[in-house]
Design a protein around this ligand. Structure first.
Ligand code: GDP
Ligand code: GDP
Length: 453
């Protein structure tokens, strides 16, 4: 039976809902289509037998495929309760993928389901499963009697024809499915990074609870990314997958190295990196390397010190942690620090609030007039002269966000040095904040071409 709790099926975009009798191979096919057998079904949080959903992109169309899962039905007719649950599952279905069993052949319940689907005017594609050999393919033809135009033989266990099935699904989806669902688009993309054993997957579990999982690469590619959408009342987040996050592992030096490598790609796909530090172990080389990646990619950053429940002298520990940060990750001085416990859930939700605050800064535009005035005054207050030249501001503009990007047009770029750059950066931060995000300050020579400097 479906669970008591009724949920709205599928995501905000197009939904392909899998329907069929028990044991016809729905979940096998679901796993095959969503392309991530192991990671998705057995390891990802929130994917119970009763609710499997993943976002698939195929031929430029995006859709959520939903396996409505385990109802059981004895006898040869659908009970009223199951019928009701099926109707709930069908709400929001753009296309129904009806699975039948080609090995055991036609069953009276198949006809009942087909009747219900026709009554509901649902676009239905019939996949005849368990057609494991080409020789068996003609068996599929028997299912044309269900009255639907599209009947395609497949094998969930072998993967036969599943690519063709996805082609047909994509071709039957409306054009709107070419747009990524809003929910995915508006989300803040977060990645949890840190060396092995700091508590990344524990934190992921604490945050993810019952959330939906999306697979954002073509099924069948070797490396599928399993991202998780966290739905919160006023903001959605996508927890960007890092390889190895769902796996238990023994820690080796090589693992630490790999952790850095795999963090790289994930950081590129995220807006904000949450650097997790083990409160008991402190900051080491891996943390330094990972935070350099965050910086290099111009991503927002939050530092979360985990396992806070296991710390006894907390005041001392806070002081020690701040000192370590200053010494070992000085370039992250603008990042906020938060002390959490993935184990007890202490402040884990706060992480999302902080990430949201970081994101707001990360995407923020400073008012242009105020910016110009600020930099002009700052240069005036602390004049810079070198080699007989004095720095003059021609103009300053914030040319972009993610991270905030500033271009100062000046008369000479060659006299600017690190500490002066730092001075101006501090002035910008003092006025506008930008807590939690790197800011980029570029200097260009604003002299009109041909004029003598
Ligand atoms: P569900 O109850 O509809 O979700 O069905 P399952 O996916 O759990 O599959 C039911 C049984 O059918 C399992 O023993 C599967 O191994 C088997 N099965 C699924 N797909 C195929 C297939 O393509 N060929 C064969 N021979 N068996 C399959
Ligand atoms: P990952 O390798 O970064 O994903 O780390 P895991 O989430 O697998 O956690 C590594 C170990 O630290 C496990 O034994 C967890 O139970 C433990 N752990 C994780 N978070 C906490 C926490 O907040 N407090 C304590 N005391 N232990 C934790």
């Amino acid at each position: 039976m479906l669970p008591e709790k009724t949920y709205k099926t599928g995501g905000a975009g197009a939904n392909v809902v899998i329907i069929g009798r028990p044991n016809v191979g729905k979940s096998t096919l679901y796993n095959r289509l969503s392309g991530s057998r192991k990671a998705l079904v057995h390891h990802a949080p929130g994917t119970t037998r009763d609710r499997n959903e993943s976002l698939i992109t195929w031929e430029g169309k995006h859709f959520t495929i939903v396996d409505t899962g385990g109802w059981e039905e004895a006898g040869s007719s659908i009970s009223g309760a199951v019928r009701k649950q099926m109707l709930t599952a069908l709400e929001g279905a753009t296309i129904v993928l009806m699975i039948v069993d080609g090995k055991n052949g036609f069953h009276p319940i198949d006809a009942e389901i087909a009747l219900l689907l026709r009554k509901e005017h649902k676009k239905t594609l019939v996949a005849v499963n368990k057609i494991d050999t080409v020789r068996d393919e003609p068996k599929a033809n028997d299912f044309y009697r269900l009255g639907f135009d599209t009947v395609i033989p497949v094998s969930g266990t072998h993967g036969t024809n599943t690519g063709e099935l996805l082609d047909i699904i994509a071709a039957n989806l409306p054009d709107e499915a070419s747009e990524l669902p809003q929910i995915y688009d508006d989300s803040i993309r977060v990645v949890l990074v840190g060396k092995p054993n700091v508590g990344k997957s524990s934190l992921l579990n604490a945050l993810a609870k019952e959330e939906r999982v999306i697979v954002n690469e073509k099924p069948g590619t070797t490396r599928e990314a399993v991202d998780i959408i966290l739905q919160r009342p006023d903001q959605n987040f996508v927890l960007v997958d890092t390889p190895g996050l769902h796996r238990r592992h023994k820690i080796t030096d090589e693992m630490e190295y790999l952790a850095t490598l795999s963090a790289h790609n994930a950081i590129e796909r995220a807006d904000v990196g949450v650097l997790i530090i083990d409160a008991l172990q402190g900051i080491g080389e891996t943390e330094a390397r990972i935070s350099e990646l965050i910086l290099k990619n111009h991503r927002g950053c939050l530092i979360a010190v985990n396992k806070w429940d296991a710390v006894e002298q907390r005041e001392d520990a806070v002081r020690a942690m701040r000192e370590q940060l200053e010494n070992k990750l000085p370039f992250l001085w603008w990042a906020k620090l938060i002390f959490i416990s993935a184990k007890t859930g202490q402040r884990t939700e706060r992480i999302l609030d902080e990430v949201k605050a970081v994101y707001a800064q990360y995407t923020r535009m400073a008012p242009p007039d105020e910016l110009t005035e600020l930099i002009r005054t700052a240069i005036h207050r602390r004049p810079l002269s070198r080699r007989g030249k004095t720095l003059r501001l021609v103009s300053v503009q914030q040319t972009g966000t993610r991270a905030p990007y500033f271009v100062c047009n000046v008369n000479r770029t060659d006299i600017i040095h690190f500490s002066y750059r730092r001075y101006l950066e501090n002035i910008i931060r003092e006025r506008f904040g930008f807590e939690g995000t790197p800011i980029v300050l570029r200097f260009k020579s604003g002299n009109p071409a041909g004029k003598k400097k």
